[in-house]
Design a protein around this ligand. Structure first.
Ligand SMILES: NC(=O)c1ccc[n+]([C@@H]2O[C@H](COP(=O)([O-])OP(=O)(O)OC[C@H]3O[C@@H](n4cnc5c(N)ncnc54)[C@H](O)[C@@H]3O)[C@@H](O)[C@H]2O)c1
Length: 341
């Protein structure tokens, strides 16, 4: 047995295949009730072992849910394996619970959304929201294994797929020029999209497992404006779409600040055809002052006067730069008119 505490960082041991027909008795499953409803064979296996079914969504990411899980798992031994079966919200709250269960239990992720498979189940972060503040309390607790079960993805809608796809393309563009060049020519099949993006994120997390060196910050590419877009639209624009649009804004800013002279990468990102009109739809009804205030409040912000941006240099290469809050202002007219600056 390893001397390391459960949840200590190690690259995820990924297993691709079907969800097991029967589970070991020493598990405790936290499952998205919708996934159980949509996948009867999975539900049959889960219902034979200790489990809790939750309604997914931001409301599930709460201390109240952690307490509910703790009560249900009072008699679950500390050497049991906690299984998180669901999307990012189930994964996040279960990660917090696994970190606390008897001072830390072994965790297995079974991501059921594209976003969870590509992004949130890699890297060991878990969090709950407090009084509407997203991810206000969080932990690092890495999964011992991740079971990627493609059967679960058959019930996702195109919009749900886009949630993860934007993150996958972000990783290819910012982390690996070879992968980017391949994906630019033709969209990879589902399995290689998931495998490759998990490998890319894993490599970054190995280099900066506890977000101490700044290396992981590259994963925020497109997220600064993405968060602005989510806030301005009160989350009517979903995270995946917001990130896709945020990347277009970040690329414009990178060009305006001389960080890159690349002109064509935007064309190969998800939503490329509609990105400019979607950016216009968000920004046309708002003001420069609103955007400025949101950037100033960005929790990854550099200072009272500067915002920390991940700027794009070329495929596979980015830089972190503290940029005056108003550096994007010359781009505003173009964004609000739906054209490239
Ligand atoms: N820990 C991290 O590193 C990290 C990274 C990125 C995002 N996140 C978090 O992830 C969360 C978003 O994750 P999400 O988009 O997966 O949300 P989610 O868990 O709310 O799932 C979205 C919807 O998909 C449904 N669903 C799940 N699996 C399904 C399936 N197989 N078929 C059909 N429907 C299914 C859910 O019931 C839910 O309605 C956010 O809270 C975000 O903060 C965490």
């Amino acid at each position: 047995m390893s001397a390391l505490a459960p949840g200590s960082f190690a690259p995820s041991d990924d297993r691709f295949g079907e969800f097991p027909h029967s589970l070991d008795a020493r598990v405790f499953v936290v499952a998205d009730e919708r996934v159980l409803r949509l996948h009867p064979p999975v539900a049959r296996a889960v219902k034979r072992v200790p489990h809790v079914a939750l309604t997914a969504g931001e409301n599930a990411k709460s201390l109240r849910t952690v307490e509910r899980l703790a009560v249900a798992a009072l008699d679950v031994p500390r050497d049991a394996t906690i299984i998180a079966l669901g999307g990012g919200t189930i994964g996040d709250v279960t990660t917090v619970f696994a970190h606390l269960h008897k001072r830390g239990a072994r965790l297995v992720h079974v991501p059921s959304t594209w976003l969870a498979a590509i992004d949130s189940s890699v890297g060991g972060k878990g969090a709950v929201n407090v009084k509407g503040r997203k991810n206000a309390l969080g932990v690092f607790h890495a999964p011992a294994e991740t079971w990627v079960c493609p059967q679960l993805f058959t019930t996702l809608t195109p919009a749900q797929r886009l949630e993860g796809e934007a993150e996958a393309y972000k990783m290819a563009l910012t982390l690996d020029a070879t992968v980017w060049r391949t994906w630019r020519l033709a969209r990879p099949d589902d399995t290689s999209l998931v495998r490759t993006s998990r490998a890319l994120k894993n490599a970054i997390c190995v280099a900066d497992p506890y977000e101490r060196t700044g290396r992981r910050a590259v994963l925020n590419f497109g997220h600064t404006f993405g968060h602005v877009i989510e806030s301005l639209t009160r989350y009517r624009v979903r995270h995946g779409v917001a990130v896709a649009l945020g990347m277009v804004c970040a690329l414009d800013l990178s060009r305006a600040l001389g960080a890159t002279n690349s002109l064509d990468v935007d064309r190969h990102l998800p939503l490329a055809d509609s990105a400019r009109s979607r950016v216009r739809a968000v920004f046309a009804g708002t003001t420069v002052a609103q955007v400025k205030a949101l950037l100033a409040g960005d929790k990854k912000g550099a200072s009272a006067t500067h915002t920390r941006f991940v700027l794009f240099n070329e495929p596979g290469r980015t830089e972190l730069r503290d940029v005056p809050h108003e550096a994007w202002k010359p781009l505003w007219r173009a964004w609000a008119s739906g054209v490239a600056p």
